[in-house]
Write a protein that binds this ligand. Structure first.
Ligand code: G3P
Length: 217
């Protein structure tokens, strides 16, 4: 299972990278705005900085909602660095643009996916990643995990190569449950990764080991 961090915060990206378990980064316009990164040039530079900080795939989202605009922006993003994955919204123009980029061998991430049908379309268009938003479905009393389970079934039925990127992950249990049902990737905040470290028996056990070692030295 790949671990992506879902943030545009460089310090957090570096902290996750430093842990040695990070496979990539996902961003979106809201995450960029949260870090105060605004204006086309600053945003492009920020993507360059993120690519420098990590080794894996970095999803960079287009803002255009028409096909020509998506192709233009996606090509500009892809030219920044080979790590860039062009992130496209799940609308008709996004599906069409996804097909355009996948035919050209440029990696894509189809985002804002909330149904199996949408995930099927993304796979048909050759998406590298499909991003079902687990947390946002949970927010409206719908079973986000069930969606990921159903996408897994459909993709496995036909051998689609599109990787399921569980997005809108909010906590460690989301990560663990996605791992149990075979999500290829998860993307979440730093806390959803570092939270996996925690267990009180690890802490008390280590304290005891160190105390016992100190007795003999
Ligand atoms: O990767 C998608 C993600 O950024 C959305 O997360 O927490 O805003 O639903 P959230």
């Amino acid at each position: 299972m790949k671990f992506f961090i879902d943030t545009a915060n460089l310090d957090q990206i570096k902290e996750a990278q430093d842990l040695g378990v990070l496979d990539g980064v996902t961003t979106n316009p809201s995450l960029m705005a949260k870090e105060g990164i605004t204006g086309a040039e600053n945003i492009l530079q920020h993507y360059r900085d993120i690519c420098e900080a990590v080794e894996g795939d970095v999803s960079a989202e287009v803002i255009a909602t028409d096909y020509d605009g998506m192709v233009k922006q996606g090509e500009e993003l892809a030219a920044l660095n080979p790590q860039i994955v062009v992130k496209l919204p799940m609308i008709a123009a996004g599906v069409k643009a996804c097909k355009y980029f996948s035919d050209k061998g440029i990696k894509t991430n189809v985002t804002l996916v909330f149904s199996v049908g949408q995930a099927l379309l993304a796979a048909k268009a050759g998406a590298t990643y499909v991003s079902p938003f687990l947390g946002r479905l949970d927010d409206i009393s719908t079973d986000g995990l069930n969606l990921i389970e159903e996408i897994r079934l459909v993709y496995d039925n036909y051998g689609f190569k599109t990787q399921i990127l569980a997005a809108s992950i909010r906590n460690t249990m989301h990560v663990i449950n996605c791992a149990k049902i075979g999500s290829d990737v998860m993307t979440g905040p730093l806390s959803s990764i570092t939270g996996l470290l925690k267990h009180p028996l690890t802490d008390s056990g280590l304290a005891q080991f160190l105390a016992d070692y100190a007795k003999g030295n």
